[in-house]
Design a protein around this ligand. Sequence first.
Ligand SMILES: *Cc1c(COP(=O)(O)O)cnc(C)c1O
Length: 513
Amino acid sequence: MTYKSTRGAVSGISFSEAVLRGIAPDGGLFVPEQNVRFDSLELAEMCEMDYKNLAARIIARYATDFTDAEISCCVEKAYGTGSRFDGVDPAPVVHLNGTLSMLELWHGPTAAFKDMALQILPAFMSTALKKRREKERIAILTATSGDTGKAALEGFRDADGIDIIVFYPEHGVSRTQKQQMVTQEGGNVSVAAVRGNFDDAQTGVKRIFADAEFAAALEKSGWRLSSANSINFGRLLPQIIYYFHAYFSLVRADRISMGAKVNFVVPTGNFGDILAAYYAFKSGLPVGRLICAANSNNVVSDFIRTGFYDANREFTVTVSPAMDILISSNLERLIYDMSGEDEKATARRMMELSKQGCYNVDRGTLAAITSVFWSDFATEEETKETIAEIYREYGYLADPHTAVGINVYDKYVISTGDITPTVAVSTASPFKFTGCVAEALAASGIPEFRQTTGIDDEFRLPRLLSSLTGKSVPEPLADLDRRPVLHTGVCGADRMKDWVTEYIENRKDNDHV
Ligand SMILES: *Cc1c(COP(=O)(O)O)cnc(C)c1O
């Protein structure tokens, strides 16, 4: 398997290189150059596998420059015994009723779905690094508005040959998120608060990446900067696995027979999660529809309905913040694929997007998209009502992102009458968003939840919600306020480069000892 850019400038790139580079040199995204196809015999075999072995089987088709032993080592670390997931199954499927099941992707160390990929990406990178002739160390740089930074820290802590530096806006993250980051353990991590907002931190990181002189100086001392963001193919690949796993879980539970179609509902932001579902479908997973759920930042759902992508609109802060996105980067891969791999058209559209904030696709491309995808969005009110409804109906506690998905699924069923067995992706633990969840339950008139009103202590509220619902707070969130603070550094937005330099200098000194 080799990889090429969606914008056409490079091809024949190995998996290792694609993972280490992250983004193609022409600004495009790496996509597989050959088709992966699992036939029905193979699917039957995969159906009997546990998560770890299933992961190895799928990864082997994409990471063809890794040996079987290397792949085993990666999956063992991420999903095997001793993994950071809280159960035997890293991605359990829970059935709500006869047709709807939940795929819970929040049993990892940060209680949100980014763990599924960020627990294995560092192993991919370490393995890829070892294959290189020249000795090089990597520093991952990330600016975070909250969740990704923590998931990346947990993934890269103590990774071989890789360090991670995370910048978060001093006053731009929740108390829980801040506490998660400042208590981060690991000998290869650095966490700094930036004086400014998320844009300041993000701009600072982008400026460091664009600084060629700085990169050359780092290279001399054997270091290279890299990122772990969601356009990296190494993050997409682990997400393909859990769609197969969910499907096989339904087969094993006798809810569908092998070969029958299943729909997936995916709460969408940067379009990474649902794109992985599409890749699973393309490689032979029997999928009916992919239902793409947006919140009121509904650029993508408008696009899937009309073929016109228009990011020129008001950005709103919602109760599902991980989906507050106007530029869904991973959509580039879908447009490339659905236009018959037209790299020129893809490059032109992405240019229009960066210049004018909008682009159109032709009718053929739109028809190809809507033959697989269906999309709509949920308002803030609808999201909260859905949290209360599914708790009342099924006793299931959903976080706001997951609730957006269920609300859009209801709209899908009403609009199409399609009652194909469906898996809704549950992307975060409800205990990560207790403020919104408690408010939704209190407002719905369930009497016992009224006592949560007015409590804005982010550490007390989860315990109260837990005692009211009988659901336990995930272990990584449970004792957060009692963990020792290890990172107190604050830096000005104009001093971020100095922070990186000092950190790397210190690491070098340590290595000589
Ligand atoms: C990142 C995230 C999403 C959106 O996923 P994309 O791959 O960006 O579409 C949804 N829910 C939660 C909780 C997330 O953290």
